[in-house]
Design a protein around this ligand. Structure first.
Ligand SMILES: [Zn+2]
Length: 601
């Protein structure tokens, strides 16, 4: 846990305009800054940053929030990570959690060890890179040249070459005071089968650097060079402390800005496909690194995108991989599309033979992944009842993995049409096996809770924090009946005492939360500028709220009186009527108090 005051300090010191400016070019527009939204395909600048309140809002996609949510979203990380990243950037030292000195020592040691391993991996990356551009790397450079990979792209992906030697890397490590044992720990060296000593895992191979999402090298994927018929086409690092293969996507780091901008990822099979796609200008592309696409990889993507297009090789294996990826994508709530490649092609070969324009066309013609699977399954059927039944049954788990009930029905209908069978049959045999979940309603379609007075009060306190104390004193805040709005008002009061610009924190999560969304929109404008007229409005709002609350009480009492009548409880009726008179008198008093306390002409 990071203590609140540290979070507040980060908020104080960090500058949202500066941070956003690292990703988006911003121009001043009145009191706000405007730019093209990094979170949706935005043509005119709909992305607003309000510097004084330190929050952002996009009129195009409703993305909004504070500096933490911006960093979280664009980097695809959790709150804590975002806080640490910002703290690091602004030189704020975060305190360690109190722990026993033993645990502390252990944590320090683990941290040091991790830093050391990352250093070893980084040193290796630099070595592979230098080897690629050195004379001995000619054979690997030639492969890149044939594939049309430019030097710029090769450098952006930190491609390298592992020299044709048993101890090339180990000798380099030795010069950098890195032991063979350390090399082994990160998967770069293997113990000799006979005698002592170690040897390089990767030899005479083109090296793809695998990084974590922040760009630190954590593993390598090394490809055999032409004429080398020893061993597998690809050799990957083994699983280590830093690297577990089902969790990492090759190219994720290079794709991150494009992903957050387009909210769309293209999944290809091979490392070269990723590099070739980038080279051709498609930057939202990554590959699952020699494994089937996993749920962990889908989760990594879910934080960054809404839509995934699979573009697997145009062969049987590619189709099978696409089919396997569907339920994983669907379960994560990712919209799944497919761009089928001509048979025998992969993205890399297609780009080399046909160019980026044809690729663009293929991407534009992408269709729903399951629609495509249904179409292809039906096309492969021999039309016999047995075969149809077998194939339709195979589609069942895919359809059932879809979250949205209506979508599931639409797929069933498509199955019926594709196999030319009576829809009733398909519906009967492919019925839901799971409790249907209603899709989350779009926040914009939901009314903002609370009534207009309550919201007006919050807007007022946002514009004029100096009125917060007054609002508490005259009981305006305590008149708020809607819990979320009450909480929000209390937070604003708290902020006003702590000189915190934390209002933006309240707007975080605007995409999923109607109240935060409302506040984010409201926060873009300042409706009350003058404390005097603001105070007048405050009293007016307070009165309206008080009146309304008393009215609600009267309605309630009337109901109770009726109930008491019906049950013949005369004593109760009397006491309720007395209470009602009191409230009515109070209501009258509200008007009088209001008239006396404000200057109205
Ligand atoms: Zn947007």
């Amino acid at each position: 846990m990071i203590p609140d005051e540290k979070i507040a300090e980060i908020r104080e010191r960090a500058n949202l305009v500066e941070i956003v400016g690292e990703y988006v070019s911003l121009k001043r527009a009145g009191t706000n800054f405007k730019g093209v939204c990094p979170f949706h395909a935005d043509s005119d600048p709909s992305f607003n940053v309000n510097p004084s309140r330190q929050f952002f809002h996009c009129f195009g996609c409703s993305a909004s929030g504070d500096i933490f949510s911006f960093v979280q979203r664009i980097e695809g990380i959790e709150f804590m990570e975002a806080a640490r990243l910002l703290a690091g950037k602004y030189g704020i030292v975060l305190p360690e959690r109190p722990m026993t000195s033993e645990a502390k020592t252990r944590q320090d040691r683990e941290r040091e060890e991790k830093a050391r391993r990352l250093h070893v991996l980084e040193t290796a990356t630099v070595f592979f890179e230098e080897s690629l551009w050195a004379p001995a790397g000619k054979v690997a450079r030639e492969v890149l040249r044939q594939r049309g990979v430019s030097d710029v792209t090769a450098k952006a992906f930190r491609l390298g070459y592992a020299p044709d030697a048993w101890q090339g890397l180990l000798d380099h490590f030795h010069r950098h005071r890195i032991s063979a044992r350390e090399a082994e720990a990160v998967g770069l060296a293997l113990p000799r089968k006979t005698g002592d000593g170690y040897y390089d895992r990767f030899r005479n191979r083109l090296v793809f650097t695998i990084t974590d999402s922040q760009g630190h090298p954590i593993a390598f994927s090394a490809r055999a060079l032409p004429g080398e018929d020893t061993g597998a086409k690809y050799i990957n690092s083994p699983e280590t402390h830093e690297y577990s293969k089902g969790k990492v996507l090759f190219g994720l780091h290079q794709a991150r800005v494009a992903l957050s901008k387009q909210r769309h990822a293209i999944l290809v099979e091979g490392n070269f496909d990723v590099v070739a796609m980038h080279e051709a200008g498609f930057q939202n592309v990554m590959a699952p690194l020699g494994t089937a696409f996993t749920e962990e990889q889908a989760t990594v993507l879910r934080r960054r995108v809404d839509r995934v297009t699979v573009m697997f090789d145009g062969d049987r294996a590619g189709m099978a991989a696409a089919v396997r990826s569907f339920p994983i994508l669907a379960k994560c709530g990712l919209a799944a599309y497919m761009s089928p490649l001509p048979s025998g092609q992969d993205p890399d070969s297609l780009l080399r033979e046909k160019g980026a324009k044809v690729m663009e066309g293929i991407l534009q013609r992408s269709s729903g992944l399951l629609d495509e699977i249904i179409r292809m399954t039906a096309a492969a059927s021999d039309g016999s009842s047995q075969d149809i039944s077998r194939r339709v049954t195979k589609l069942r788990p895919l359809i059932n993995s879809v979250r949205d009930a209506m979508e599931r029905d639409l797929y069933r209908q498509k199955v019926a049409a594709a196999f030319s069978v009576e829809p009733g049959i398909v519906f009967r045999y492919l019925r839901d096996e799971r409790v249907s979940e209603t899709p989350a309603a779009r926040p914009s379609a939901m009314p903002v809770p609370g009534d207009s007075d309550e919201r007006e009060l919050i807007g007022l306190l946002l514009d004029l924090p100096e009125l917060c104390d007054e609002a508490v004193k005259i009981g305006a805040v305590s008149q708020i009946r809607t819990p979320r709005l009450r909480e929000m008002a209390e937070q604003l009061v708290y902020n006003s005492h702590h000189h915190s610009s934390g209002a933006s924190a309240l707007m975080a999560g605007a995409q999923t939360d109607v109240v935060a969304d409302w506040l984010a929109k409201r926060g873009l404008e300042t409706l009350y500028e003058n404390a005097e007229s603001g105070k007048e409005a405050l009293y007016e709002i307070r009165e309206m709220m008080e009146k309304r609350n008393l009215e609600t009480q009267i309605v309630e009492i009337k109901k109770q009186i009726q109930l008491a009548h019906a049950s013949g409880d005369d004593m109760m009726v009397l006491s309720l009527q007395r209470r009602r008179t009191e409230i009515e008198r109070e209501m009258h008093g509200v008007g009088i108090a209001f008239d006396n306390s404000t200057v109205r002409h």
